[in-house]
Design a binder for this molecule. Structure first.
Ligand SMILES: Nc1nc2c(c(=O)[nH]1)N[C@H]1C(S)=C(S)[C@@H](COP(=O)(O)OP(=O)(O)OC[C@H]3O[C@@H](n4cnc5c(N)ncnc54)[C@H](O)[C@@H]3O)O[C@H]1N2
Ligand code: MOO
Length: 450
């Protein structure tokens, strides 16, 4: 690795002095050589995720923890979860239907052909008599007493206008009873359950619901999220200057939250005072408040004091993960949670996936992604106590750890397909690592951001 690359691999996970000493000294308060975690109140990474996932079940959400279901027009329901079974409101097809363009025929041929044909979307036709045929389009209602549909490529009319079966049918020259007729109720009967509660609403679910007679779906709504971006040093546009830097999280968080199932109801810059933050949180009626910055112990880190003043219950106060260890989760009201993301941008992404993702998933009743692992192409340096989340690119069946993975850097994650979960102590080349997918790599950018 070049010196430049080594610098790019900087991780704020670089040990602080206290942590480094803890590795070489005996545990000061104990009798063994096992180092004690310097942030003993911090929650282990898997536990933090579990707490975030179950947090809404202890609020007003009740046992399931999800938001109260509502009737949602089909056009707005993509990505939601069904809160009532999708039960057919009609038989499908709702009438006997022609499966092909051709002729509806009655009895054995040859047939005399009626002058007027039958198109899709037209009401009942007069019954056919034995030996009669009528031109019919795919999807058109079958006239009563039709015995089969003869495909247009399997029939020809002679010079007297009589219809014959050509040799092309199998067996040749025959049309079997019921052929190319979709009988009413073939797919379902009115009242049949088509999809159970908990089904994610995908494009085919929308189509199925419309076909089955629905205009709205009973679904769990998207959790409403207010984003408060803290930091008087942040610029909304232009180049950094005079100690001011661009706000990277204002543009990053809203679409990512939407991809996690949220409706982003506000994105606001909040001044670096406890009062401003207190007012912003108490005025919010969102299901989830996400703050960025101000989680550590600096002179303008106001998240903890504001939460104390509100009387919020801290569910997670620091997590044993790098980057992002100062992240927090609080219950601000019975039906409102606050996720405090650290200000360093990759640390904020870590908090988003550790705390916001499971919290939003429960509120929206979305299914948990299937955990999966891949071998790491290169070894990854570990933190002595904490889990590391490291941006990786997926190349074939291996995960390639990316440089520029420090907490203040976005260059690695911007090129990544996933985050690898590296346990304390690190991972060797070829070792299997759990992967957290980024929503757009699995779902496609158009699907997940609508
Ligand atoms: N004494 C300690 N200092 C720090 C610790 C610690 O444990 N003890 N932890 C460090 C770690 S790790 C992180 S991460 C940060 C978390 O700090 P805060 O959440 O309080 O965030 P800020 O201090 O407000 O900002 C940190 C850093 O990030 C920049 N920032 C903030 N918001 C944005 C944004 N929207 N877009 C781009 N960059 C942003 C900010 O300018 C700072 O450079 O604390 C460490 N310190
Ligand atoms: O190292 Mo800190 O944990 O970036 O967030």
């Amino acid at each position: 690795m070049t010196a430049r690359a080594a610098r790019a691999d900087e991780n704020a996970d670089d040990l602080d002095v206290e942590e480094a000493l803890a590795l070489v000294k005996k545990n000061p308060g104990g009798t063994t050589d096992t180092p004690r975690h310097p942030h003993r109140d911090a929650t282990a990474w898997p536990d933090a995720r579990a707490i975030a996932e179950s947090a809404p079940r202890h609020g007003t959400g009740g046992r399931t923890g999800h938001l109260t279901p509502v009737a949602v027009p089909l056009a707005s329901a993509l990505g939601l979860t069904l809160a009532a079974p999708l039960t057919a409101l009609t038989d499908l097809p709702s009438f006997d239907t022609s499966a092909m363009d051709g002729w509806a025929v009655s009895g054995p041929g040859p047939w005399s052909v009626r002058d007027e044909g039958v198109l899709a979307g037209h009401a009942a036709h007069t019954p056919l008599t034995d030996g009669e045929a009528v031109r019919i389009a795919t999807g058109a209602r079958i006239p009563p007493d039709t015995t089969a549909v003869l495909r247009s490529e399997h029939g020809r009319t002679d010079d007297k206008g009589r219809l014959h079966v050509t040799a092309a049918t199998r067996p040749p020259h025959t049309v079997t009873h019921g052929q190319d007729i979709r009988p009413r109720g073939q797919e379902c009967r009115s009242g049949d359950q088509l999809l159970p509660v908990g089904t994610p609403v995908t494009p085919p679910v929308l189509g199925m619901a419309a076909a089955a007679g629905y205009d709205t779906l009973t679904a769990v709504p998207r959790p409403r999220v207010d984003v408060f971006v803290l930091g008087d040093e942040l610029l909304g546009e232009g180049l950094p200057h005079d100690g001011l830097i661009r706000d990277a999280l204002g543009p990053l968080l809203p679409p990512w939250l939407r991809a996690l199932g949220a409706e982003v109801t506000a994105v606001r810059r909040v001044g670096d005072t406890e009062q401003a933050l207190y007012e912003a949180i108490t005025a919010s009626d969102a299901d989830v408040v996400v703050t960025t910055g101000g989680t550590a112990a600096g002179p303008v880190d106001h998240v903890h004091p504001a939460l104390r003043r509100i009387g919020a219950e801290l569910l997670v106060d620091g997590v044993q993960v790098r980057p992002g260890h100062p992240m927090l989760l609080a219950r601000t009201k019975d039906d409102q949670h606050l996720v405090g993301l650290p200000g360093n941008p990759l640390a904020a992404v870590s908090g988003l996936l550790t705390l916001a993702e499971p919290l939003l998933r429960t509120l929206a009743a979305r299914p948990a992604p299937e955990p999966y692992t891949l071998p790491l192409r290169d070894g990854v340096q570990g933190h002595p106590y904490d889990t590391r989340l490291v941006p990786v690119a997926l190349r074939g069946d291996r995960a390639l750890p990316l440089l520029y993975n420090g907490p203040a850097m976005l260059r690695g994650i911007a090129a990544a397909d996933a985050l690898a979960v590296v346990p304390p102590g690190g991972a060797r080349p070829g070792e299997e690592a759990e992967l957290l997918d980024l929503p757009w790599t699995s779902g496609g950018i158009g699907v997940c951001f609508t």
